[in-house]
Design a protein around this ligand. Structure first.
Ligand SMILES: C[S@@+](CC[C@H](N)C(=O)[O-])C[C@H]1O[C@@H](n2cnc3c(N)ncnc32)[C@H](O)[C@@H]1O
Length: 246
């Protein structure tokens, strides 16, 4: 690791630590540091093992590389000012994604699917198995976007659709397409950015009233939505769907 990368990582960890401390307090910061150093409780270790197996199975099936945990501290060239509010890359659980799609009672072919914080594109490959009007992924880490583009094209070679757009950008700046939209969030950022996204997507809805649904998986900061005019439509194990109250 070069000196420059070490300095970049340390600076990232320091900024992230100040954010975690402000949001959750000292105890949570210490617990996270311990976990980062490899001290995991049994429950977390079991979850990690099961996740690694599910990742490997998905990637074997599609020939992709969507799995693993990638910390933002190790990534170069993150665009915008929000790196310290972003969470590590972990890919969507395929079983949960299918459960979400089976539960939502929506005419999917009318909806654009937009993954804000698409990482290496797991959810895009999953969405490609449903009849969405269009599919778009956005991530602020250029190397993740490159990986997602590659994964989408590898999956297309297996027969999935290839008309998927993946762009480098900050979720708080992304301009939603017109027409019905399903915005997908797999716990990508902290409360600060969740609130900005909640307001930003709401503003898009206000300027063009069409069906806009947020699917928020692992919805730790759901309050940021409900406190600014979003309401619960339905929920399942570890996820919620919300829409805007007119
Ligand atoms: C938990 S991963 C989700 C990956 C993907 N959505 C999936 O379901 O497989 C969170 C992703 O959000 C991205 N992210 C975090 N903050 C972001 C921001 N402000 N703008 C764009 N992407 C962001 C990270 O780079 C990371 O790839």
């Amino acid at each position: 690791m070069s000196k420059r990368s070490v300095v970049r990582s340390l600076s990232f960890y320091f900024k992230r630590a100040t954010v975690v401390h402000a949001e959750f307090g000292l105890w949570e910061l210490i617990m996270r540091l311990l976990r980062r150093l490899g001290f995991e409780d049994r429950q977390l270790a079991a979850w990690r093992k099961q996740k690694m197996e599910a990742d490997a199975e998905f990637d074997r099936r599609f020939g992709t590389d969507t799995g693993g945990v990638q910390n933002l501290a190790d990534e170069e060239g993150i665009v915008g000012e929000n790196a310290k509010h972003g969470l590590a890359h972990i890919a969507t659980d395929p079983a949960q994604f299918r459960q979400i799609m089976d539960t939502l009672d929506l005419p999917l072919s009318e909806f654009a699917f937009i993954d804000l914080g698409c990482g290496k594109g797991r959810a895009l490959v999953l969405a490609a198995q449903y009849p969405f009007r269009s599919i778009i992924g956005v991530d602020f880490v250029p190397s993740f976007v490159e990986a997602a583009r590659n994964n989408v094209s590898v999956a297309a070679a297996q027969g999935l659709r290839r008309d998927i757009q993946v762009v480098v950008g900050d979720a708080t700046q992304f301009i939603l397409p017109s027409g019905a939209a399903l915005v997908y969030l797999y716990n990508p950022f902290d409360s600060h950015i969740v609130r900005k996204v909640a307001l930003h997507v709401r503003a898009s809805y206000e300027s063009d009233r069409r069906p806009v649904i947020i699917v928020y998986s692992n919805p730790i900061h759901m309050l940021e939505f409900t406190s600014c005019g979003w309401q619960l439509v339905t929920k399942g194990s570890g996820w919620v769907a919300l829409n805007c109250v007119a």
